[in-house]
Write a protein that binds this ligand. Structure first.
Ligand code: GLN
Length: 547
């Protein structure tokens, strides 16, 4: 039987519940336990697939094609495991199930209510992964902040589960903020006291308080928090600001967060934490030998969460290359043929990001042209790949009107076109080509050198594709399809053999990069950027203050 850990949040949002949950999971995994994490989000959207990235950051896609919260990306990157449809539940999904059941007549004439029907459905979903007998511990992160109206049914479900389960099967962690008042030179515990009080009023008593803080917690402060929050003093955990999120498992281990959970869960069989590879990664991350600058061209650059998985993939690939990857965000709308050399002149590599719609498209095409002509390492993801195709058609093949039917439905030269099976689809949510699909890689290509295997599988999220009617023309002109879907022939990878490093992929390689398995295109891209930098500036050695 699986045991359950619930992670709630108090005082404010953005405290990093996902990172704390992932770090704890990492530690339990390092002790030999089988662990997974799930996230329950209180919003009414069925999933974040229909949300603008400005609202909720990146939409993370799982192997089985679920569009999920970006925290699932952290879970996968930390744990090196796959999550699935079942790992992200929203209020929308809960209500959809209950309402469908009601329409089927499943409630036998009863009044359908938040308690017990909605809370029962929440509980059923919370326990679902535990029924597979695949996990020893299931960590559930509750989105939102205690006190929010919309979180109430989730907290109530936790309350009931805490009551129903044997004492040693369940731990509740409350993540909170201990603000430091500069004027008073003091850490303040009052917001935490209030937050725990609120949680207790809702019937849930936390076993552990994890305190986000800028300053170390003194023994007195720990005692005060323990006393007023009704937990043991060793259950007050300091979560100080860290230089990188990947340091957090180590700081949580020092605070014995894992051991306290194991004790409460009465788990006695576990090994010493095996974190050798994690620590090697951290060492490399903190002590890079050189630096490269990569331009990230996108239209959501103001919001770092919009490209979360791409940024983390660069962290993994950088560490692997013992190289600091400095990201220069460039807004696609700001790039023009006149300013492109000035804007991109100091880069060692260029990544054109995924996206939707017309805005910023011409800037992206101008950036691709620059990278192609200047032999700057180029990496295009999804829309970025499509832009590389359009650029090549327009500027090399002379198809000056080349376009994507996404941006110009009546273009005479649709080199990127809506996939056939998408043409009948009108509903927006969950209807893209989603999740993992195989791709066969051609011999003697950059893709083959990168992956060193003939068959790969990567995740997708798109409606448009390379138009195969033009493929022969492209290949004759020097842009080849080096990866294709074996069944449909859909072009998954394009490259320019004449260029030192120019690759575009229809899929999202960033979704599969983890600390232990950095994604190979990112790794090779950084390697190519290092070579470009070496030629350009004789490879500057990184100075201490740049770390
Ligand atoms: N808008 C493009 C499509 O739907 C690209 C999608 C993406 O970049 N994720 O095909």
């Amino acid at each position: 039987m699986a045991k359950f850990i619930f992670v709630t949040g108090g005082v404010t949002s953005s405290l990093g519940k996902g990172i704390i949950a992932a770090s704890l999971a990492k530690l339990l995994q390092a002790r030999g336990l089988r662990v997974t994490i799930q996230k329950f989000d209180p919003y009414i959207n069925i999933d974040p697939g229909t949300l603008n990235p400005y609202e909720h950051g990146e939409c993370f896609v799982t192997e089985d094609g679920a569009e999920t919260d970006l925290d699932l990306g952290h879970y996968e990157r930390f744990l090196n495991i796959f999550t699935s449809q079942a790992n992200n539940v929203t209020t929308g999904k809960i209500y959809q199930t209950v309402i469908n059941k009601e329409r089927e007549g499943a409630y036998l004439g009863k009044t359908v209510q938040v308690v017990p029907h909605i809370t029962d459905e929440i509980k059923r979903r919370m326990l679902l992964l535990g029924q597979r007998n695949e996990y020893d511990v299931i960590i559930t992160e509750l989105g939102g902040t205690v006190g929010d109206i919309e979180s109430l049914p989730f907290i109530e479900a936790v309350r009931q589960l805490q009551w129903e389960m044997p004492e040693e099967d369940c731990v509740v962690i409350h993540l909170t903020l201990i603000p430091y008042l500069k004027a008073a030179k003091e850490l303040k515990t009052k917001p935490t006291q209030h937050s725990v009080k609120l949680l207790s009023q809702e019937g849930v008593n936390p076993d552990i308080i994890v305190c986000r803080t800028e300053e170390p917690l003194s023994p007195e402060i720990r005692k005060k928090i323990a006393l007023f929050c009704n937990v043991k003093i060793e259950a007050v955990i300091e979560a100080a600001d860290a230089s990188t999120i990947y340091e957090v498992p180590i700081t949580m281990m020092k605070e014995k967060l894992d051991l306290i959970c194991l004790k409460k869960l009465n788990i006695t069989h576990y090994q010493d934490a095996e974190l050798g590879r994690w620590k090697t990664f951290l060492e490399k991350l903190k002590h890079p030998k050189q630096k490269v600058t990569i331009g990230l061209i996108g239209k959501y650059i103001e919001l770092q969460d919009a490209y979360k998985s791409i940024l983390e993939s660069f962290v993994h690939a950088g560490a692997m290359n013992e190289c600091k990857v400095q990201i220069m965000n460039v807004h696609s709308e700001s790039i023009t043929p006149e300013n492109v050399s000035e804007k991109l002149g100091n880069l060692d590599g260029l990544l054109v990001a995924p996206g939707f719609g017309h805005r910023g498209m011409e800037g992206k095409i101008t950036a691709v042209k620059y990278a192609r002509e200047k032999r700057l390492p180029f990496f295009g993801i999804c829309l970025g790949m499509q832009m590389a195709v359009i650029e090549f058609a327009r500027n090399v093949m002379g198809l000056t009107a080349a376009h994507s039917t996404e941006m110009q439905p009546d273009t005479p030269t649709p080199v990127i076109d809506l996939m056939e099976h998408q043409k009948k689809i009108t509903i927006k949510g969950g209807t893209m080509r989603l999740g993992s699909y195989p791709c066969v890689i051609k011999e003697d290509t950059l893709a083959k050198a990168i992956y060193s295997k003939p068959l790969i599988s990567e995740r997708h999220r798109h409606r448009y594709e390379f138009n195969n009617d033009y493929l022969q023309q492209f290949e004759q002109a020097g842009m080849i399809a080096s990866g294709k879907n074996p069944e449909s022939g859909l072009v998954e990878i394009i490259e320019l053999p004449e260029h030192p490093f120019f690759i575009g992929v229809q899929y999202h390689p960033e979704l599969k990069s983890t600390v232990e398995n950095p994604q190979p295109i990112f790794v090779h891209f950084i390697k190519a950027a290092k070579e470009f930098a070496a030629k350009r500036t004789k490879n500057p050695v990184l100075e201490r203050e740049m770390i």
